[in-house]
Design a protein. Structure first.
Length: 121
C-alpha cells in the first residue's frame, strides 16, 4: 500500500529584542510542503490493441518540469505542460497486448497514485 504525500505548513516565530529595548521585534517565517502528487485522469484512458501511436494527456496535481510518466514501470518521454498536465507518447509497442497498463508519475523522487490504462480488444 502506498502512503499519500501529506500537505503541511510549518511556522517559525522568532522574537528579537535589542539590548536594553523594552519591546521585541517578531519575525515569522513560513514554509510549506506541496500537496500530494496525484493523477486525476488519463485522456484517453483506453485504446484498442494494436492502435496507432498517440499522445496521452495525464491530468493531476503538483507536477513540475522534471516530472516523468511511467508506463508499467518503464519511464516514458514526458512533456511538461503545466502543474496539472503532462503529455506522453503512447507507442505501438505499448499497445501490442490487451490488458491493463499501470501509469504513474515520478516527480522530485516521489511517486503519484497509479491509474490503469485499458488496452482492449
Amino acid at each position: 500500500m502506498k502512503c499519500p504525500r501529506l500537505t503541511a505548513t510549518f511556522f517559525l516565530i522568532l522574537f528579537v529584542a535589542a539590548c536594553g529595548s523594552p519591546s521585541a521585534t517578531k519575525f515569522i517565517f513560513a514554509t510549506g510542503v506541496a500537496g500530494p502528487l496525484a493523477i486525476s485522469a488519463l485522456a484517453p484512458n483506453s485504446a484498442p490493441v494494436n492502435s496507432v501511436p498517440f499522445t496521452m494527456v495525464v491530468n493531476g496535481n503538483n507536477f513540475t518540469t522534471g516530472a516523468q510518466v511511467f508506463w508499467n514501470g518503464v519511464p516514458q518521454f514526458t512533456e511538461f505542460v503545466n502543474t496539472t498536465q503532462l503529455q506522453v507518447s503512447v507507442t505501438e509497442e505499448d499497445l501490442m497486448l490487451p490488458g491493463s497498463a499501470e501509469v504513474y508519475v515520478r516527480n522530485d523522487g516521489m511517486n503519484s497514485n497509479t491509474v490503469e490504462f485499458a488496452v482492449t480488444f
